[in-house]
Design a protein. Structure first.
Length: 134
């Protein structure tokens, strides 16, 4: 199983888009307390998030929702969303994307850091149809 770190959070590719002929892909992401990505949207992918371990707050199109282990949420293509580990311990998400290929974006930004590499992150994000929202 391939693994790398994105903004300091471990990501494992569970099912690559290559294995599904581009139909879908699945990753796990482990987040420390307070961890998670900036608010963003995807032009190409829909995402289904399943909380494997911990407690997360999701923001989806301005609505907040708390989820714990065993619960999931769907983020349609174009939705503005993020998640944050609001628990006191490390949390883990399973993220399924349709179509596949989102793992390629994560791999591309994995060597980069915020804020030092933000310009390069924004350029790569634009290539993959990911937009950060302030």
């Amino acid at each position: 199983m391939e693994s790398f770190s994105v903004f300091g959070e471990p990501v494992e590719v569970v099912v690559s888009s290559e294995a599904t002929g581009g139909v879908s892909s699945a990753i796990t992401q482990t987040s420390p307390p307070g961890g998670g990505p900036p608010l963003h949207s995807h032009q190409h992918e829909e995402e289904t998030f399943y909380v494997v371990r911990g407690e997360y707050e999701f923001i989806l199109n301005g609505e907040r929702r708390q989820l714990t282990a065993g619960e999931g949420i769907f983020a349609p293509r174009g939705s503005v969303h993020t998640f944050k580990n609001v628990g006191a311990t490390e949390g883990k998400l399973l993220v399924v994307t349709v179509p596949g290929g989102f793992e390629n974006y994560l791999r591309a930004i994995s060597p980069l850091s915020i804020p030092q590499d933000m310009q390069q992150i924004l350029q790569i994000s634009e290539q993959y149809g990911v937009a950060f929202v302030s």
